[in-house]
Design a protein around this ligand. Sequence first.
Ligand SMILES: [Zn+2]
Ligand SMILES: [Zn+2]
Length: 346
Amino acid sequence: MKAMYYDAFEKTPEIRTLPDPSPSENGVVIKVEATGLCRSDWHGWMGHDPDIRLPHVPGHELAGTIAAAGRGVVRYKVGDRVTVPFVSGCGRCGECRSGNQQVCEAQFQPGFTHWGSFAEYVALDFADQNLVHLPESMDFATAASLGCRFATSFRAIADQARVEGGEWVAVHGCGGVGLSAIMIAAALGANPIAIDISEEKLAFARTLGAVAAINTRQTDDVAGAVREITGGGAHVSIDALGSPATCFNSIRNLRRRGRHVQVGLMLAEHATPEIPMAQVIGHELEIYGSHGMQAWRYDAMLAMIVAGKLDPKRLIGREISLDEAVPALTAMDSATDLGISVITRF
Ligand SMILES: [Zn+2]
Ligand SMILES: [Zn+2]
């Protein structure tokens, strides 16, 4: 199979021919039809993720067709159109048995713990527990775009923050996660506020449901601006970027008993950010993480998509080839693309 491959961190990946994978007893091999490019792939390539062992094939946001299935797989068959959450649970540990596969103790992450989907084929373990059938009406590129950012945002907004109609939701960072969060919060009847450094992204966020926008390049006091717009602070705030400044502002701009959800990754030198802990205590703030979403929760998200209340296709920027993905990956940290890039040609 053709695949993107690297044997050292920060070294330009190459496109290579590697042996086709075969399925494990309880796993499948997927013929990858579409796979999204994500900042986590860039973090992995930089060496920020301790799960990655070299040599490596990245890629974790995927959709495709089952090409082969292990003998133990009962719910899926060759030819099925599927996607998978980027965190797949083992199905056996305590977290999986309580329905929290997104924090499984023995999790399988294509593109991190195992070789991923920037390839013609990818092998996935624990297929019965984690695969998700695609609705007839959904194309592969849209399905691939759900696996990480959109699903993580859905869990952050709907499940972790428990956003309700009429609440103010501040969204710090309008990349893939932030724009998804704005679309989902608006669909649930909340009032999202888009916060970013780019006028172009803020304008796009408004078309997705943001009722107000704050350009942090033109605002010294971001938390104060949110408090003013919301009459006292946001009920819910999301750090969708992952930086000490956005994390701090996201907690700072909450009203009393507000909920902060950290979705943007905090790795390397950002791993221990400053947090206004006196405010967390005095105002009884709630601080959550959000890490992917369980396969069984896809039902609710897919139902909203099929019903037309969510339209993740609008967040797709470019469809690119596997070759074009190499420079796109290595330049990811400085990319200013509106919308996400999805590899659809191999
Ligand atoms: Zn598990
Ligand atoms: Zn991702």
